[in-house]
Write a protein that binds this ligand. Structure first.
Ligand code: NDP
Ligand code: 8X3
Length: 248
């Protein structure tokens, strides 16, 4: 039986990815800060198949302790899904909150590379795989995307560079870059503004968490000689809008 570790499994993509894999025969290590959500996931999918690890992913010591405490049947990680992440705010740079910028960098960048570095020996030993969750925000700029988009650009380039470094190891590395997807993402970004979140998705058919779980499953279960480098996914209701011009 194969095992995956999914960061940010208390909601959205992460929870759906754990469910997709566990219901298809894998074991999962599910992480996040909300123990009640992790408990509910394990109760629903089976505690023998889901090990939960509750910690703030920005806390490197807590991460190390949680990884050390993974029980034996779950220790052989075959797939790392670096999913935990967030956007905070939509203000243009001059009006942005520096603490929010730093929180996005600490979560989306520093924690992601720390988790990856810690699990590389296991992944190499098992000829495993890494799937990083990037974003279209890392590919296309938009007003108010400032640091969030920059963190996701990092995720894209780190994924490609990691692939280069792991050349010859058999370890696969992919980055999925979703567009508009309805999860708790916009609630978090707006500080809990439910009407703003509902308004963003109203009248669209956004990507669902299950869609990204299915993409992750597809990438992970391709024949082992194939590597999806990047997978950019948008809903049909979203497309690119081009450049802006300011006139005096
Ligand atoms: P959700 O807000 O629904 O889920 C985010 C997950 O990240 C939660 O499980 C949360 O867990 C976890 N997380 C956030 N901060 C921390 C932290 N400090 N420590 C541990 N876990 C943390 O959003 P999504 O499912 O949409 O987001 C998942 C990923 O997908 C993110 O990286 C996001 O940037 C990316 N993405 C989202 C898109 C969208 O439109 N929804 C589109 C493209 C990419 P908890 O709060 O319990 O700690
Ligand atoms: C989330 C997608 O376009 O809201 O990463 O930034 S977007």
């Amino acid at each position: 039986m194969k095992t995956l570790l999914v960061t940010g499994a208390t909601a959205g993509f992460g929870a759906a990815i754990v469910e997709r894999f566990v219901t298809s025969g894998w074991r999962a290590v599910a992480t996040g800060r909300r123990q009640d959500r992790l408990d509910a996931l394990a109760a629903r999918l089976g505690p023998d198949r889901v090990h939960t690890a509750c910690f703030d992913i920005r806390d490197a010591d807590a991460m190390a302790a949680a990884l050390d405490a993974i029980p034996e049947p779950f220790r052989g990680i075959d797939l790392l899904v670096n999913n935990a992440g967030l956007a905070l705010g939509t203000a243009p740079a001059p009006a942005s909150d520096l603490a929010q910028w730093r929180q996005m960098i600490d979560t989306n960048v520093t924690a992601l590379v720390t988790m990856t570095h810690r699990l590389l020996p296991t992944l190499i030993a098992r000829r495993g795989a890494v799937v990083n969750i990037g974003s279209i925000a890392g590919l296309y700029p938009y007003p108010g995307g400032n640091v969030y988009g920059a963190t996701k650009a990092f995720v894209e380039q780190f994924s490609l560079n990691l692939r280069s470094d792991l050349h010859g190891t058999g370890v696969r590395v992919s980055v999925i870059e979703p567009g508009l997807a309805e999860t708790e993402f916009t609630l978090v970004r707006t500080g809990g503004d439910r009407p703003a979140s509902d308004a963003l998705y109203a009248g669209t058919q956004p990507i669902t968490a299950a869609d990204i779980a299915e993409s992750t499953w597809w990438i992970a279960t391709l024949p082992p000689h194939l590597n999806i480098n990047r997978l950019e996914v948008m809903p049909v209701s979203q497309s690119l809008a081009g450049l802006q011009i300011h006139r005096e």
